[in-house]
Design a binder for this molecule. Sequence first.
Ligand code: ADP
Length: 573
Amino acid sequence: MRRTAAFFLFLIGEIMKKRILIVSLSVTIVGILLLSFLFIDVCYRSAVDSAEKQLKTYMNFFDTSAPFTQDGADAFAAKLGESARVTYLSADGTVVADSGAEVAGESRDDRPEVIEAAENGSSYAVRRSSTLDRQMVYYCVRFATGTEGGVPEGAFVRIGVSLNSMTAYFIDMLPTLGWFLALDILCCLVFAWVATSAVLKPVENLAKEVAVSTGREIKTKYPELKPLAKLMNAMNADIGSKNEKLREDGRIEKLVLDSMEHGIVIFQSPAELILINKTAARLLGYEENEPLAIFAEDQEIAELLEAKESASLYRKFGDKDYNFRFTMGEPNVLLITDVTESMAAARSKNEFIANVTHEMNTPLTSIKGFAELIAAGAVPPERVQGMAKTIIKQSDRLANLIRSIINFSAIDSDELPDCEVNVSELIAELIGAFEPKLKKKEIALKLDVAKNVTVMSRRERLVEILNNLISNGIRYNKEGGTLEVILQGGERPRLTVRDTGVGISEEDKKRIFDRFYTVDKSHNGGGGGFGLGLAIVKKLCKRAGWRLEVDSVLGEGTAFTIEFCPDTEDKSV
Ligand code: ADP
């Protein structure tokens, strides 16, 4: 901007120099021409005036008694000198004699000097003589009284002298005029130079000042240019702040783009990148001023770019899945989105469906097989009851599976508000239902339950958790083992369900909370669960923000602990 302003000031100076020169030249040339015309006019008038005076003097020499003939006219003309033309005219205006031309007998009563002399006695006229084809000054006098042998009564005597025309005066003046013009141009050049120095110097100085004033205030000592300098400073400040804002906007834009978790590449062509943000640069291994390798090396992408087609495709970098969305246009845009989670969710959904189908298939096959055998009458009567019991058992298992799946799915959609639940009372209520199973495996139950321990939750959720942990503590316990249910109160209520069972290996500890994961696969279809119990417990704890821990030694026993308070340290499983 600064350079542009300086350049414009310089340009203005140059234009002004030319203008001053042209204007001063034009003014003086026009002036000289006008003066010349005035001068010529004055000279011409003065020449006419002196010619008239001369003619009047000439007329005084006219001898009225001299013969009024051609000889008389010639003699009078000779007396006056060569330049004079003497014409004698009769009272009716007919030429009697003329010293300048042979026009005797011709009428001149239409000539202005003759007409006026006939009226007033004498007259001057300046006009072009058609006879001599020259500019002439005439003086014509009418003699009212005649003389014997001389001028007849009423006759006219006209004397004429030739006069230079205006054009002739102008032509005469041309050399002088030429000199004047040459002198004038010289004067104009000098004047233009002086004027340029005097008038334009401030502008030139201002231009220099603008050119070197990087960011600082433009100053001028010339008062007439102070408003201009002030205006430029204001404009500079305005442009400066706008530039600063643009820079800031650009910086923020870059910051936003770079802090985006999505990758963005804007490009004119595969070899011509316009913009690439940090995420895209990191993912695609971008090196400055180099084209993106993936655009050429990935066959599918290269074909897409070649065809200039907008499309989406998926690529894997490390353990993450990315969606590459190409939008072709002017310019082209590539948006890279991390879709690891959504793809994992889709995979997990598919796995879930496959597991559910599998788990349902086992009891269903068994139910259908036995039912078909009974229907075909192929079973001896004594075995029918046993088969019916198996059918009931498998139906119960199927019902349990469906209930577990419903419970598992319901956790996400459960929007009911929490309320205070007395966990101590709930344990006392539930534990009775486990008596038969405990008795069957001769497991000793140790209850260490603090009174009136309450937590904010929902009864059915705590029932689900307690049922799963206690039934696992019995199911995976040894014959004659021990099951401890401990509930501690205080600010951080804790529930521990500890058994002296088979225990869980370190490797399995990581997976027992996954859906449909069972350590011993022989459980499936047998007396074991479906691998949904702990998944439900984990999901409920996570939703409530409780910490869930498992502590187990293989072959010695397992303890599950839930701390009913927000899991701030996030050490939970
Ligand atoms: P399941 O219905 O098979 O018991 P869970 O989700 O409740 O499913 O448990 C998953 C797996 O964790 C079980 O198959 C079992 O191998 C293991 N497990 C659960 N609780 C215990 C426990 N108290 N002692 C040993 N292993 C256990």
